[in-house]
Design a protein around this ligand. Structure first.
Ligand SMILES: Cc1cc2nc3c(=O)[nH]c(=O)nc-3n(C[C@H](O)[C@H](O)[C@H](O)COP(=O)(O)O)c2cc1C
Length: 332
């Protein structure tokens, strides 16, 4: 029986372990979410994984029928997401306990979620944004550092967490590159109240992505991860497959000009998003030579496909060992 880990985050969410199974486009499904929450962490998924919107409501009902533990939903709060208000309302109606916002202003989500007693954590990559969402009333931030899968920030987690911690009052969750229990211990030592782990869970039995994608997680090294703006216009980490190499990691010049121009910006940003999402969906779900696979640098630490339950157990055992080893340092 693994000992609980108590932090401000576990107390706030009433969970045993401060480990979020991070929301991942196309990867997080109902089984992954249910299992993560049943393990004592918290499972989360992007609302947009279920399209049309009726399927999202169904997915929430399925998860809620399988676990009584808290779960989380990710809502992308920029203009490209035309569903955000409906996604929020359905989430609140189904009793979602945690909302994770990314890529825009979380103001509405915070106001509405708080009316229902739900918590809101916002993805941030620097202090300015972290302070802004704290002032808006966010319950916590997810500090996304360099090396993360998806939209990674530019700052090393070793610097990002203490930097935010020095000036913030709300809990900080560390994200980016975490795939071993010793890294959870390190993040808590740096001042985080929890961790959010994505890439490790792509190589899980529950993730319903193509086997080739899972195998690429096992065989890739941190050096195979490159940042590209071609997926959404914002830098995102992907595996440097031959297709990504052929495509290049920068938007074509015409796209860049139209994306920055005040008259065309509002059409281009959603268009780039839509094109990127379609490319990702093809690569994640079926064999294709157009392989664009999102993943972070922790691919270098992952060499087995395990169930979500096995992943939690492994992380927690490694965490215990790391804490024990550290506590013995300096003892003669
Ligand atoms: C395949 C994949 C898809 C992701 N999709 C989303 C998403 O839809 N929304 C979001 O806020 N973050 C997304 N992320 C970022 C994760 O929520 C999390 O911040 C990140 O995975 C943490 O870094 P790690 O992958 O190194 O553990 C995604 C990450 C990956 C690997």
């Amino acid at each position: 029986m693994l000992k609980k880990i108590n932090t401000s985050f576990t107390k706030m969410m009433n969970i045993d372990f401060p480990i979020i199974a991070a929301p991942m486009f196309l990867v997080s499904n109902t089984d992954l979410v249910t299992q993560a929450s049943e393990c004592g962490g918290i499972g989360t998924f992007p609302a947009l994984n279920y399209r049309p919107i009726e399927k999202y409501a169904e997915a929430l009902k399925t998860i809620k029928s399988q676990t009584k533990k808290p779960i989380g939903v990710n809502i992308i709060v920029n203009k490209s997401n035309t569903r955000q208000n409906q996604d929020l309302k359905i989430g609140l109606d189904e009793g979602v306990e945690l909302f994770i916002t990314s890529l825009g202003s979380p103001k509405t989500v915070i106001a509405e979620a708080h009316k229902n007693g739900a918590k809101v954590f916002c993805d941030v990559t620097n202090l300015e944004h972290a302070k802004k969402v704290q002032d808006m009333g966010a319950d916590g931030v997810i500090a996304v550092g360099s090396g993360a899968g998806g939209h990674a920030g530019p700052i090393s987690p070793l610097v990002l967490i203490p930097w935010l911690k020095a000036s913030m009052d709300i809990p900080i969750i560390a994200a980016g590159g975490i795939a071993h229990g010793s890294m959870i211990a390190a993040c808590l030592a740096l001042g985080a109240s929890g961790v959010s782990i994505g890439t490790r869970f792509i190589a899980s039995k529950e993730a319903q992505v193509d086997e080739a994608y899972k195998n690429a997680i096992l065989t890739s090294t941190p050096e195979d991860i490159v940042m590209t703006t071609r997926v959404s216009g914002t830098p995102a980490s992907v595996i440097n497959t031959p297709y990504v190499q052929k495509l290049g990691t920068d938007l074509p010049w015409a796209f860049k000009i139209l994306k920055e121009h005040k008259l065309t910006k509002k059409y281009m940003v959603p268009l780039i998003h839509l094109m990127g999402m379609n490319a990702l969906e093809e690569a994640a779900t079926k064999p294709t030579w157009k392989t664009v696979w999102t993943a972070g640098q922790s691919v270098g630490l992952i060499d087995d496909i395990l169930s979500v339950n096995e992943i939690y157990n492994k992380l927690l055992t490694e965490y215990d060992e790391a804490v024990k080893n550290l506590s013995q340092l300096g003892v003669e």
